[in-house]
Design a protein around this ligand. Structure first.
Ligand code: ASP
Length: 324
């Protein structure tokens, strides 16, 4: 008898999930952005979810849960109900660099998520405050080597993109600036514009408008080609720096266990959004890179996460990045 009751309960449970998934979504969806509002991950999230909300017929509400380089928000999202009503925008830091820096990380980027899809590629730009006493990368590196103890580098917390690409930069150029942590590079950019912090390596979508407006300096972009939105900013290689090419990415994940049909609905909505002229225009204007059709799938994202964890772990260990 007990067995029968249990079996019935299981069927009822399955049916309930099935019904819920079928009508999904019947209420607003929360997307956790693990950094402060106004920064690169927040900007990408707001751009792509705008069109997704329309496709899904329900609002995707952004909730900024900042702290510990994005790992606080991602931990919370990973542990939430896998019902499609809590999803997250992760990135190269939270799902690539963090495992090398947090031995006690509460999630495994390769195992604890249902990947939805890549939202945007975000090249890294080396930027400095407007008053920085150097006008090009060569002058900047020269200044860094002579004034090691005077320079501050802003970042968005241990394991974030700006932190890991910053640590990598410091190891390549052998600099040791004082590291200053923020809850995201949105607030870090404000301090850069106020001339109260010296430099950072940040995602293009955050800094492009301020570079274009002359409010901060850009010394180089760390990609093999220049960006169409920053035609005057040289690549690191052009500016004479070898061995520092790095690009970040932002991507949507759901917690592991999210029903497959829900994953498919979200992933289809993301694909549709990335084909939408307005979404594309807004991402491209900021220097974002739109993923190709094959790069947008959940399977491709799973592979990307695995390869990024494998790529960043040795780089950060070799750079002697400090653990938590
Ligand atoms: N993506 C973060 C933000 O949105 C910054 C970072 O990872 O460096 O603020």
């Amino acid at each position: 008898m007990k067995k029968v009751v249990l079996a019935l309960a299981a069927v009822a449970g399955l049916a309930a999930t099935g019904v819920q998934a079928q009508g999904y979504p019947t209420r607003p969806i929360t997307m956790i952005v693990p950094f402060a509002a106004g920064g690169p991950t927040d900007v990408v999230a707001r751009i792509v979810t705008d069109n997704m909300s329309r496709t899904l017929g329900q609002q995707i509400v952004i909730e900024n849960v900042a702290g510990a380089g994005g790992t606080t928000g991602i931990t919370r999202a990973a542990q939430s109900q896998p019902d499609g009503y809590t999803i997250m925008m992760g990135h190269m830091g939270t799902h690539g660099a963090a495992p090398a820096l947090y031995p006690n990380l509460k999630y495994d980027p390769t195992k604890d998520f249902a990947p939805i899809g890549l939202a945007a590629g975000t090249p890294i730009v080396i930027v400095a405050k407007k008053d920085f006493p150097a006008n090009d990368l060569k002058g900047f590196l020269d200044y860094l080597s002579k004034n090691a103890d005077k320079v501050n580098m802003a970042h968005a917390g241990v394991g974030s993109v700006s932190h890991s690409t910053g640590i990598f930069f410091n190891s390549v150029v052998k600099a040791k600036p004082t590291m200053v942590a923020y809850r995201g590079t949105g607030p870090a950019l404000n301090d850069l514009m106020a001339n109260t912090v010296d430099f950072m390596t940040d995602q293009i979508v955050n800094v492009a408008p301020q570079i274009q407006g002359g409010n901060i300096k850009a010394f180089a972009i760390a990609t093999p080609e220049r960006s169409p939105v920053l035609p005057n900013v040289p690549t690191t290689k052009e500016a004479g720096l070898e061995g520092y090419e790095v690009s970040a990415w932002n991507a949507i994940f759901a917690p592991k266990g999210t029903p497959l049909d829900v994953v498919k609905k979200l992933s289809d909505a993301l694909m549709k959004s990335l084909d939408d002229e307005n979404t594309k225009k807004r991402l491209l204007e900021l220097g974002g890179v739109i993923p190709s059709n094959t790069e947008r799938t959940p399977e491709a994202l799973q592979k990307l996460v695995e390869s990024e964890v494998a790529r960043w772990t040795p780089v950060l260990k070799a750079a002697g990045a400090t653990a938590e």
